[in-house]
Design a protein. Structure first.
Length: 274
């Protein structure tokens, strides 16, 4: 897929995600918009997956540890053919598979979570099992920077570093926000890269909204010679592109309504693909 087509797919996913959350009157719009470029790049360009065989044993695994952002995966999975596009219209409705947090009964989803901090441990287990079984698939996991307050994250990071799980790729959605405060005011995380490196990880810092940088950071993951697991710190903006709600506190889990929703859709329509 060329760069323009990927960015068009991202715009389409953002529009559908916003539509789903506005219609449901709830949803993690800001969390989704901070990581959409990352998730789309993984699904459309990087991961080996097969929509016709969602449980294909040789597929790459994706663990959405910050599972409140999973609403952005739904339009992407539907577009790829994991399930019908019509399913998106039933988001959060009775009987729908599509919830606030994704579940493993959704085709294409490898992880069900809610409590923060548990996804990296699952990802470590998958990567370690692949190593033991001499499998070639890769485990990718997306974690929120607020998750890095959880001790389970650092237990898992220590495990991965010790066992040289270089088939494990962690991407941190570094939007510098939690629900009620900014991370560096709430409890300082910096120097974040140094912390991961101290646990025997290779680290890279990128612009998490720049697909060129995302793809460059991920392009060689199958041929890595470095024995260390890889942590990509992706600098992002929570609610990126929606000026009325971006980088603002207390929008976690809330969908814009009324005039704010109208403005949000208008902003998306004006977004220029280049």
């Amino acid at each position: 897929m060329d760069k323009i087509k990927l960015r068009e797919k991202i715009k389409e996913a953002k529009h559908k995600c916003l539509e789903m959350c506005v219609n449901a009157e709830v949803g993690h719009v800001t969390s989704a918009f901070s990581c959409v470029e990352i998730v789309a790049s993984l699904y459309y360009e990087i991961m080996n997956i097969n929509p016709q065989i969602p449980g294909w044993k040789d597929r790459d695994r994706f663990i959405m540890s910050k599972n409140h952002g999973s609403v952005i995966t739904y339009p992407i999975l539907a577009d790829l053919g994991f399930f019908s596009q019509s399913e998106l219209d039933f988001f959060l409705k009775n009987g729908s598979k599509l919830g606030i947090h994704s579940k493993v009964n959704v085709p294409g989803v490898d992880f069900a979570g809610g409590s923060l901090g548990i996804g990296l441990g699952v990802a470590c287990g998958l990567a370690y099992a692949a190593k033991l079984n001499k499998e070639n698939w890769i485990t990718f996991t997306l974690i929120g920077d607020g998750e890095c307050y959880e001790g389970s994250i650092w237990e898992a990071a220590m495990f991965a570093g010790h066992y040289n799980l270089n088939n494990l790729i962690v991407i941190i959605d570094r939007n510098q926000m939690c629900i009620t405060n900014f991370t560096e005011k709430l409890l300082r995380l910096e120097p974040l890269a140094d912390k991961w490196e101290a646990f025997n990880w290779e680290t890279i810092t990128i612009n998490g909204h720049d697909t060129d940088q995302i793809l460059a950071a991920l392009s060689g993951v199958r041929e890595r010679k470095n024995p260390k697991p890889l942590c990509i710190i992706a600098d992002t903006i929570k609610g990126n592109g929606l000026t009325s709600i971006s980088n603002k506190l207390f929008w976690h889990g809330a969908a814009p309504k009324g005039d704010q929703a109208k403005i949000a859709f208008e902003e998306l329509e004006r977004e220029v693909i280049k």
